[in-house]
Design a protein around this ligand. Structure first.
Ligand SMILES: [Zn+2]
Length: 388
């Protein structure tokens, strides 16, 4: 069994939490990933890995580090994002990386510098053992997951490992599925007129009521009847509505932004088609009803079979390290694994737990960081294989 260096892994985590890497896409003026990328590049070089930077935006590079295999084995990517969400809601010092009762506190401790520290702790342990991988072992530290995922989008253009483990916080469960989402805008078009001119005006806001009613029906008649064993049901909700100009004016336009949360087998095209059909029906029933639907943004969900080789390798490693069978789980939130999966890289999600991702108080359980590191190290040995 590989032994994790606990003080070293804790020091890695502390240093990373102390580096502000707030995503500037989310929080204007955020520090970005430049400094932490520099720190990670140095640390990976100290570990003897080949390091290269991949610029995803000015001063915001991915760090790709490679432990070249001796040949003949499968390659593995251990990956996670360097960016963190804003700290506007955090009292005190969000980057002080305070340790208390086995927890390390601070923005990004859980989401997901704990997972990055587990990766570094695993590789440091493997480097100080006699292990030599047969296949390449890749580390991918990416930018911008909390906003547009520019980091992983670029990473998959450069490397195609045989499998990946994404160390987002799962509380040491093995996550094999997560939801996707689609953002759409529905617009009803009326006719502007003075409020007294009932036979001239067409009220776009009232017409939006019909679409809101359809949304309720969709939730009741479709979404509530589907059930994924790990992800529950899909859902749709109204997010933002706007329309109307004044008391005495018929509104000529009303816009409603909606969000669908999708199961892995659902596509944005299918929800778009559903809305297009609803608009056709409503216009057929009332010639004055006029509306449009537009798909603004989509992130498909993701799922991998529980018996996929990378899941089995991780489960075997988990068994050896923890002495139990792991829990398989799904996550509601969207993750970079969907991009990795779509690029043909079978990916499972496995990382340390804690509480408060994106919240006012955030911490990671140190013990879970160390156990995660030990499982990752064992899984990497199994997957990348020692040469004969
Ligand atoms: Zn995350």
């Amino acid at each position: 069994m590989i032994t994790i260096d606990i003080p070293l892994t804790t020091a890695y985590l502390k240093e990373m939490v102390q580096i502000n890497s707030v995503n500037p896409g989310l929080s204007p003026g955020g520090a970005g990933e430049g400094e932490i990328a520099g720190w990670l590049a140095r640390t990976c070089k100290e570990l003897g890995l080949d390091v290269r930077l991949q610029e995803t935006a000015l001063g915001r590079p991915n760090v790709l580090a490679r432990w070249p295999g001796m040949g003949g084995g499968k390659s593995l990517l251990l990956t996670g994002h360097m960016d963190v969400v804003g700290v506007e809601n955090m009292p005190g010092s969000p980057f002080d990386a305070r340790v208390e009762d086995g927890r390390l506190y601070g923005r990004g401790a859980l989401d997901m510098k704990g997972g990055l520290a587990a990766i570094l702790g695993a590789v440091a342990a493997l480097r100080s053992s006699a292990f030599q991988p047969a296949g390449d072992l890749w580390l991918g530290f990416v930018t911008d997951e909390e906003y547009l995922s520019a980091g992983t989008e670029l990473l998959v253009q450069e490397i195609r490992p045989d499998a990946a483990i994404l160390t987002e916080p799962t509380g040491l469960d093995i996550c094999i599925a997560h939801k996707g989402f689609a953002w759409l805008t529905l617009t009803t078009l009326g006719r502007s007129a003075h409020g007294s001119l009932y036979d001239e005006g067409i009220d776009a806001v009232v017409h939006m009521g019909r679409l809101l009613n359809r949304l309720e029906c969709l939730e009741r008649d479709y979404a509530m009847r589907r059930e994924h064993p790990l992800l529950g049901r899909p859902s749709v909700h109204a997010s933002v509505i706007s329309g109307g100009v004044g008391w005495s004016t018929y509104p000529d336009r009303c816009a409603l932004r909606i969000e669908h949360r999708l199961l892995p087998d659902e596509s944005a095209e299918s929800v778009l088609a559903w809305w297009q059909a609803a608009l056709v029906e409503l216009s057929a029933a009332d010639p004055q009803f006029q509306a449009e639907v537009q798909l603004d943004f989509v992130r498909p969900g993701y799922e991998i079979a529980r018996d996929a080789p990378i899941a089995r390798a991780l489960e075997a490693a988990y068994n050896r390290v923890i002495g139990e069978t792991p829990v398989y789980t799904g996550m509601f939130a969207w993750l970079d694994s969907a991009i990795l999966g779509r690029a043909g890289i079978p990916t499972v999600i496995f990382g340390p737990g804690g509480e408060g991702a994106h919240a006012a108080v955030e911490y990671v359980n140190l013990d879970e960081v160390f156990r995660c590191a030990a499982v990752l190290a064992e899984a990497a040995v199994d997957w990348t294989g020692a040469p004969a």
